[in-house]
Design a protein around this ligand. Structure first.
Ligand code: HBI
Length: 100
């Protein structure tokens, strides 16, 4: 099982994501971001791209799509909080959003 991120390692991993609009949830057990696209098709194209990335990594987002927005929460259920898998998927999601 992937280990929980703690202490300075956690802070260092989170810093670049916070700079790109990610926030921690109130319990510190997940990170969240709201992506807004020009329209539904671009939002869904983003979700399609991320779905393939997530499946390849066996690590999946908790997300909600309404029209051109995609609200995302990332955590590692098995570990009960944040792991490197969440950090890496968040980085990939930022990259995927830039392509749309
Ligand atoms: N996705 N976000 C997230 N967290 C998990 O713990 C997880 C997952 N996708 C698949 C997965 N775990 C499998 O390894 C099984 O544990 C369900």
């Amino acid at each position: 099982m992937t280990e929980l991120l703690k202490g300075t390692a956690r802070d260092k991993a989170l810093a670049p994501l916070v700079a790109q609009g990610w926030t921690e949830n109130s319990h510190g057990t997940a990170i969240e971001k709201r992506f807004v696209f020009r329209n539904f098709v671009e939002a869904f194209a983003f979700m399609t791209r991320v779905a393939l990335l997530a499946e390849k990594r066996d690590h999946h987002p908790d997300w909600r799509n309404v029209y051109r927005t995609v609200e995302v929460t990332l955590s590692t259920h098995d570990a009960g909080g944040l792991t490197v898998k969440d950090i890496e998927l968040a980085q990939k999601m930022n990259e995927a959003a830039a392509y749309v």
